[in-house]
Ligand binder design. Structure first.
Ligand SMILES: NC(=O)c1ccc[n+]([C@@H]2O[C@H](COP(=O)([O-])OP(=O)(O)OC[C@H]3O[C@@H](n4cnc5c(N)ncnc54)[C@H](O)[C@@H]3O)[C@@H](O)[C@H]2O)c1
Length: 399
């Protein structure tokens, strides 16, 4: 089998084809010819002024990555809990901090908002930022429904702004390897895939378990992005969802009622002809813990008439790919180096892309397709019906 391009091959290739594309600013569909973002150089000609809203758990991963990105000038931090914004500003040398979006927009000049707030807050904050002329990187989901997300994207494109959202597994070298193996027909006709992601659930915030939360937008979103990225947009979806733990303790003392699914099983029919099953939940014992450290087994498997392939580790922390084909029917490890890929890279890559014109491998259309799958899965679980999907995205993905 021919391995995917090595890291240095990819860098050389990307360097040779790098162009600063003005069309990049118009959205994803028109940008197929621009080079994708590549490994960060140490110096940047232009820095993008970035403000972060939401200084909770995930921000502790984002801030250091943004600080280390040569294309980012962190100018403001904001949180409705003022103490959190102040602490983040002090810790990371950020000049301004605020306790409300209105104050942030009025009191700080910035180009790009990084939205790390509760899932239920994203849609309205993303809209306020776009209306104020800011580019937006949003943690998942970009919006609470496909329709609202599409409306946000239309507003952004009209204003020549970029809107993108987590997660970013399509930017990993392991995704690139699997994508290329599929394009080269290594698996023959791909028939089936399975993916699973879960842990025992966050205990620091109620929003994960309330309306607008749930294991689908928090956890399954990664596997849904990876499998639709590899196998094509979903044409239809069926699902069974339930609540295994109806009451939860937060911080060890407050008890909350769980209203959204903490156990989800989703079946997808992909445009490429394969069927896939994705499961996610907040009741999964994982010997590798919340961080998934030290995973040695595949969490995603794909099978076809001519081969089988598995992603070792989670797609947000990939450890390698195993592949067996009819020509070489032994599962062999490939692409075992994450090559610097980390899941919290999205906002930094977007700043780099804004500064250089390099193309991002992840699109808003793909993120919104996943939002539509999630809402359709909920409708399917309630009605028992197979749901047809309307959205799509440019596929195969160019990475
Ligand atoms: N924590 C993780 O490991 C992790 C990993 C990947 C993605 N995420 C995603 O990141 C987002 C945040 O998760 P988290 O775990 O950091 O939650 P969190 O509760 O720890 O942090 C959210 C912060 O947003 C602030 N906030 C809420 N509404 C706001 C508003 N309107 N204006 C300003 N600040 C506001 C809260 O006060 C809080 O400090 C979610 O979308 C989650 O799915 C979290």
């Amino acid at each position: 089998m021919t391995p995917a391009r090595s890291a240095s091959d990819r860098r050389t290739f990307l360097k040779a084809t790098t162009t600063t594309s003005a069309t990049f600013l118009l959205g994803s569909a028109a940008t197929a010819s621009a080079a994708p973002v590549r490994a960060q150089s140490e110096k940047a000609d232009r820095k993008v002024k970035v403000a972060v809203i939401g200084c909770g758990s995930v921000s502790t991963k984002y801030f250091p990555h943004l600080k280390g990105c040569p294309y980012v000038d962190l100018v403001a931090a904001c949180d409705i809990k003022p103490e959190r914004a102040r602490r983040a500003a002090e810790q990371h040398g950020i000049p301004r901090h605020f306790s409300h979006m209105e104050q942030l927009l009025a009191g700080s000049e910035f180009e790009m908002l990084v939205n790390l707030t509760d899932m239920q807050e994203h849609e309205h904050l993303n809209r306020e930022a776009i209306d104020a002329g800011k580019h937006v990187w949003s943690e998942k989901p970009i919006a609470n429904s496909y329709e609202a997300g599409q409306e946000l994207l239309d507003r952004a494109v009209e204003k020549r702004l970029i809107l993108r959202g987590a997660p970013t597994p399509v930017a990993s070298p392991q995704f690139a390897f699997m994508n290329q193996a599929l394009r080269e027909g290594k698996l023959g006709k791909v028939s089936a895939a399975h993916a699973a992601y879960g842990h025992l659930g966050p205990d620091w915030a109620a929003f994960f378990y309330e309306e607008g939360g749930g294991s689908l937008p928090d956890l399954a979103v990664y596997n849904l992005t990876t499998l639709t990225g590899l196998l094509g947009p979903a044409k239809s979806v069926m699902a069974m969802l339930n609540i295994v733990t109806p009451r939860r303790n937060l911080h060890g003392d407050i008890t909350i009622r769980v209203t959204e699914e903490d156990n989800a099983h989703v079946l997808l029919e992909h445009a490429g002809g394969a069927l896939s099953h994705i499961q996610s939940g907040f009741n999964y014992f994982d010997p590798h813990g919340h961080e998934g450290t030290g995973q040695t087994r595949p969490t995603i498997t794909l099978t076809g008439t001519g081969g089988a392939m598995g992603l070792i580790g989670y797609d947000w922390a990939p450890q390698g790919v195993e592949l067996a084909t009819s020509a070489d029917p032994i599962l062999r490890p490939h692409c075992t180096d994450p090559q610097g890929y980390v899941w919290q890279n999205g906002a930094s890559l977007m700043a780099q892309s804004l500064a250089t014109g390099e193309r991002l491998p992840f699109t808003a259309e793909h993120a919104l397709h996943v939002v539509e799958i999630i809402t359709a899965a909920r409708e399917s679980s309630l009605s028992g019906q197979r749901m047809k999907l309307q959205s799509t995205f440019e596929w195969p993905i160019q990475v």
